[in-house]
Design a protein around this ligand. Sequence first.
Ligand SMILES: [Zn+2]
Ligand SMILES: [Zn+2]
Length: 236
Amino acid sequence: MAQITPLRCPSCGAPISTQSTRCVYCGIELQFGLRTQENPTIACSKCGKRLGEGTWLCPKCGTPVPGNEERLKELHAKEQYLQNDIRMKRQALSSLLEPSEYVEFCFWLGSRSYYAVTEKRLLICSESGLFPGEMTVKRSRLGIYKPEFANSSGEIQSKYDWKEVVAVGSAEYRNNYASPRFQVEVQTLRGSFFLNFNDSDTLGASRIQQEILAALNRHASGQRDIRALIWSLKFD
Ligand SMILES: [Zn+2]
Ligand SMILES: [Zn+2]
């Protein structure tokens, strides 16, 4: 089951944990991991937004606050690394992305599916494939069933099927006797499918549903993610 952080920085919207004392993306100080510091003392030199003390980057327009270049350079390099990592590992995803499209985050949903949130859309992926040593039974054109083994070289042969999400249903309990479970219906541009959770994972199912909904709403409102701003920063 994927680990999800529903807490977001109130200034820039990046995910934060209850242990955070400072947002790792915009630099703002957080109290009890949730509240921003009161009394904004500085104004963004470009757009004029009032910024809390200690902020590194304007969450509205992405202009760095003078004196934080080193810290931002470090974050920029880290973001670049993460983006390249996602691109290298996920060729199937990469082929769907536009050249400048930014992947905000990517994580597993259960054992064989995961999703990626980009600045433009939410993509969901079901992975099918064979792992070393695994066996499947395939039916040939002549109607003969024979076992097939995964690549003995140890290479994982996976097929990633990415779809763009347009809507998500609520977490619903399904009991078909053999396997009681929670299901979340996800509608995509290429038909709908169900994410399945075992019956002890009610919370996981409804959090996934809420997280997908939040991502869709954020996309609909055109809100930018601060990580996209860091990714686009240029340093000499
Ligand atoms: Zn922040
Ligand atoms: Zn600004």
